[in-house]
Design a binder for this molecule. Structure first.
Ligand SMILES: NC(=O)c1ccc[n+]([C@@H]2O[C@H](COP(=O)([O-])OP(=O)(O)OC[C@H]3O[C@@H](n4cnc5c(N)ncnc54)[C@H](O)[C@@H]3O)[C@@H](O)[C@H]2O)c1
Length: 308
């Protein structure tokens, strides 16, 4: 059966790109994009607050939705400004989506988790799938709890929820939305305008990252793989690349030799220090054949080509 997809939080960094890809893949009529704000999308779009369970139910019925991609959340850095509100939006939002999935017997749900689930107790290099999780941000706590709720709905109700722990995502199509890895997007917008960039992380703070086209492809590949391939019902580690601000700066400088950077670390440095440096995603590779296409060099060249 052809899917009918509702994307919640479609107006953000990932949604903007995911909507386009899903429309290309399944057709304009197969996708409904939704967000708090009004959207300009190639498919139908509506305003929807993920905290409004009634409107989610109404939308599912009206459009005969079979799948939900639930992207709406408050991200790591922004989340620290109002922890209780962040918890409420991230958790109540997810529970509304899971309950709707159970009630309407939806075919599949996608839930993005994050490397923010890791903490200082986690091995920092080549972080394994089943690493200890003691997150230090309210965002990370909500994602870790969210992973466990997804697992619970699968085990208890058979709801087919699938999830990825995205690294920091980098793309030219959209701006980043309040996370700790936002610098890796912002830096390009300064570089191509010949402006100097002040980085909010230290030059050697290394984090796992992924190019947007890889992230969107991983998402769709996970959602399309046969159910029997999915062995992880919390959330899959996925890896693309790993670099520090100084390393991405040096790579950009190969294309734009006059570009300058300086470093003024703020509270986001502390968040980044509690995360990990690189991810072991062998389980995703084994279960559904995940493989990234972009490394640092290829990503930087593609970003500059598109933004110039
Ligand atoms: N971007 C990254 O690097 C990254 C990394 C790991 C995980 N993620 C996860 O992926 C998802 C999407 O991230 P993003 O970068 O696109 O975030 P974003 O902040 O750019 O976009 C989130 C969207 O959700 C919408 N939204 C917020 N509250 C809402 C509500 N109550 N109801 C409906 N919509 C609401 C916002 O208007 C926004 O358009 C999030 O769950 C995030 O935690 C992102």
């Amino acid at each position: 059966m052809k899917p009918k997809i509702l994307i919640i939080g479609a107006g953000g960094q990932i949604g903007t790109v995911l909507v386009e890809s899903l429309v290309k893949r399944y057709g304009t009529g197969a996708v409904i994009a939704s967000d708090l704000k009004e959207l300009q999308t190639p498919c139908a779009s509506i305003q929807l607050d993920v905290l409004d369970a009634n409107k989610i139910a109404q939308t599912i019925e009206q459009h005969q939705i079979t799948q939900i991609y639930h992207l709406a959340a408050i991200l790591s850095a922004k989340g620290e400004q109002n922890p209780i509100r962040t918890w409420n939006i991230n958790m109540e939002g997810l529970l509304n989506v899971l309950e709707a999935g159970r009630t309407f017997n939806l075919d599949k749900i996608f839930y993005p988790s994050s490397i923010a689930v890791f903490g200082k107790a986690t091995p920092k290099v080549n972080t394994p799938q089943d690493a200890p999780l003691v997150p230090e941000t309210v965002y990370g706590i909500s994602k870790e709890a969210g992973e466990n709720w997804c697992n619970y709905y699968y085990k208890r109700y058979g709801l087919d929820v699938r999830s990825l722990r995205y690294p920091g995502l980098i793309g030219y199509q959209s701006l980043a939305g309040g996370g700790t890895t936002d610098y890796a997007v912002d830096i390009f917008h300064y570089a191509v305008k010949n402006k100097d960039y002040t980085c909010f992380l230290n030059k050697d703070t290394r984090l796992p990252m992924m190019y947007m086209s890889d992230a969107v492809r991983a998402t769709i590949e996970l959602m399309e793989t046969d159910k029997s391939n999915i062995k992880i019902r919390t959330s899959y580690n996925v890896s693309g690349m790993s670099f520090s601000p100084e390393e991405i700066y040096n790579e950009i400088k190969k294309h734009l030799p006059n570009f300058n950077i300086d470093y003024k670390a703020d509270y986001r440095e502390e968040i980044a220090r509690s995360w990990v440096e690189s991810i072991n995603d062998s389980q995703a590779r084994k279960d559904w054949n995940w493989k990234e296409q972009y490394d640092l060099e290829k990503m930087v060249a593609d970003m500059i080509k598109h933004l110039s």
